[in-house]
Design a protein around this ligand. Sequence first.
Ligand SMILES: *Cc1c(COP(=O)(O)O)cnc(C)c1O
Length: 378
Amino acid sequence: MKINITSPSFDEQELLLLKQCLDSKWVTQGEFTQQFESLFKQRHDVQYAFATTSCTAALHMAMVALEIKPDDEVIVPAFTWVTSAHCVEYVGAKVVFVDIEPDTFNIDPAALEAAITPKTKAIVVVHLFGLAAKMQEIMEIAKKYNLAVVEDAACATGTNYDGKPVGGIGDIGCFSFHPRKVITTGEGGMVTTNNPKLAERIKILRNHGATANPNIDTSKPYYMGNFDHLGFNLRFSDIQAAIGVAQMAKLDKLLADRLACARQYDLLLSSVSELTIPQMPSQCGHSYQSYVVCLLVGGIDRRNLLMEALATEGIQSRPGTHAVHRLGYYKNKYGINSTSYPYASKSEDLSITLPIFPGMTDLDQQKVVNILKAALST
Ligand SMILES: *Cc1c(COP(=O)(O)O)cnc(C)c1O
């Protein structure tokens, strides 16, 4: 028997809407995309939402829309998925890494403030594994230094900070619908904002840089738009949006199921003193997109043995995520010392993401924990 690290939830509703989409013969960005965006906007309490091909594309458009330029610096946590940093490189700006808090895996606000220079223009705040970052402290710092805040909420669809959904707290929010995330459309992403000027730019960037041509009546057969901007084709497809609409309808149920699985792991692991369990500081909601534990005693070799023990029993696990500053591209480009950002490095070396998904049974969770216990005692 195999237990995968995740398992997306699909039923007849996805099929029904998918068929509706195909029957309509309209499969690129259209009415289903609008409906998906509208549901997303309502749920996340934001003025604007633009569906796109991935969270990576969303982050890229955020950097372009904020007019981040080659000499600018953008602060990024050192422990995250690589594209939280790549988006800064796409526009030729400089990534400045900041270490994380070991207990939340999220950016350390004090270290963030210490990394600010006159060249700093923006911060990419990551709600890693679905845990909301400490937005109050971060927004205060951003205001004090006049910095833009991009929320990388790839893992945090439907998560709150202090009762407010993430993605609408900073200037721009970016979400992912990759199959490992809370809801999925195969691949996909969303850009959210409450700023009409940024919204207008993102809308244009997503659609080849096209804007309306006020000099020709749009109903004329010879109408052509204007192209005054270097845009991209990062439009969503209605095939994906049909699935997205079905997924949004069950978002709260999916989140409740993940939370229940997390509480069950908390309970089962409470007697395992050699592993940390995920923390939830007050105000910070958690989607439990990933349930990440860390080994407290021993190093990476022992962590790897635990993961091997799980794999032997057919249980999939993964390290939490990357210490991005240690990856070749960043190490070589910035000549970063391997002892920098110790909490990010330690978290990469000692973390294990356990299987978690709606519908995971208590029995399977017990099995995962029993294997970890047995491996820890050898
Ligand atoms: C998954 C993820 C991304 C990338 O999302 P895609 O939709 O796969 O491009 C970015 N940042 C974080 C924190 C992620 O977990």
